[in-house]
Design a protein around this ligand. Structure first.
Ligand code: NAP
Length: 270
């Protein structure tokens, strides 16, 4: 039997176990997915210990995504994002990936969204970094807008230095102007999580926009309702969560992921 799992603190409310267990059942893989909750500064030790114990792969969540970089060989995108959320433990050293980043682009691709033109990323924390690097890698021009403008500037400068699309930085007050000719908007702030508020003025949304909200609790956020009312294409945060898990499954097993089974398991719990 193969063992996969999640390292985080806390992990008790994670949706990854049912999503991955559903994938094992659908593919007939003899595997289990378990959760580990090490002390807050022991992320790298946890990865090294899991490798010793024969665990095949790990997802990594808050607060360990940056810490585990020292215990893995990061893929180029994970290295640029500065965070790892998926580790393949069968290689030496373990390989680290950022599937939050590819979760953004694969969620958009699933909805037939062309990754062309300009993307506005609201937020410059972990999800914002993942989205900004992934969309720039897809050759989109990225405009980062963040409450703390200095964080947007730091992120945009790092994205701009790398391969792919150019990046600029703004504060949230510029959102209306930024969105006027944008093709994609990603909310990568926590605004809208468990409360009915949006980080973006409803009047700035329009029908030529695709709006991906990284927030998945609730699944239908105020931002997505406003976007739908404006005629925009909407992609909820569960799609991003799904595709980070899909990519982890594929990295670990080399098999095509049973996307529908994973999606059903995830949405049944949201
Ligand atoms: P984080 O690193 O703590 O970053 C939080 C971001 O939200 C920062 O840019 C912060 O701005 C901004 N923010 C917080 N409160 C705000 C407010 N009241 N007004 C404006 N901006 C505010 O968090 P994270 O890990 O990036 O997560 C952000 C969200 O994405 C969470 O809801 C998380 O659940 C979600 N997420 C979803 C997925 C998925 O698969 N769907 C994956 C990862 C994360 P400042 O820099 O100014 O503080």
């Amino acid at each position: 039997m193969q063992v996969y799992g999640l390292v985080g603190n806390p992990v008790e409310h994670s949706l990854s176990p049912p999503m991955h267990e559903a994938a094992y059942e659908a593919t007939g893989l003899d595997a289990r997915y378990v959760t580990f909750e090490p002390p807050e500064d022991e992320g790298a030790v946890a990865v090294e210990s899991a490798a010793t114990l024969g665990v095949c792969g790990l997802n990594v969540t808050i607060p360990f995504k940056e810490q585990v970089l020292s215990a893995v060989e990061p893929a180029p995108l994970a290295e640029r994002v500065g965070a790892v959320n998926t580790v393949d433990l069968r290689t030496d050293p373990p390989a680290g990936y950022n599937t939050d980043a590819t979760g953004v682009t694969r969620a958009l691709a699933h909805h037939g969204v062309a990754l062309e033109g300009t993307a506005v990323v609201v937020g410059a924390g972990g999800a914002g970094r993942a989205a900004a690097f992934a969309l720039a890698d897809a050759n989109m021009t990225v405009r980062v807008a963040n409450r703390t403008r200095s964080r947007a500037e730091e992120l945009a400068a790092a994205v701009d230095e790398g391969p792919g699309g150019a990046a600029t930085a703004d504060g949230l007050a510029s959102l209306r102007g930024l969105l006027a000719d944008a093709d994609v908007l990603v909310n990568a702030t926590s605004v809208g999580m468990d409360e009915d508020v949006s980080p973006v003025p409803a009047g700035a949304l329009h029908a030529d926009l695709t709006v991906l909200d990284a927030v998945y609790s609730p699944v239908e956020t105020r931002l997505l309702r406003d976007a739908a009312a404006a005629g925009a294409t909407t992609v909820d945060g569960a799609w991003m969560l799904l595709y980070q898990g899909v990519e982890a499954f594929e990295r670990w097993t080399g098999r095509e992921a049973p996307v529908d089974a994973m999606n059903d398991a995830l949405r049944a719990r949201l």
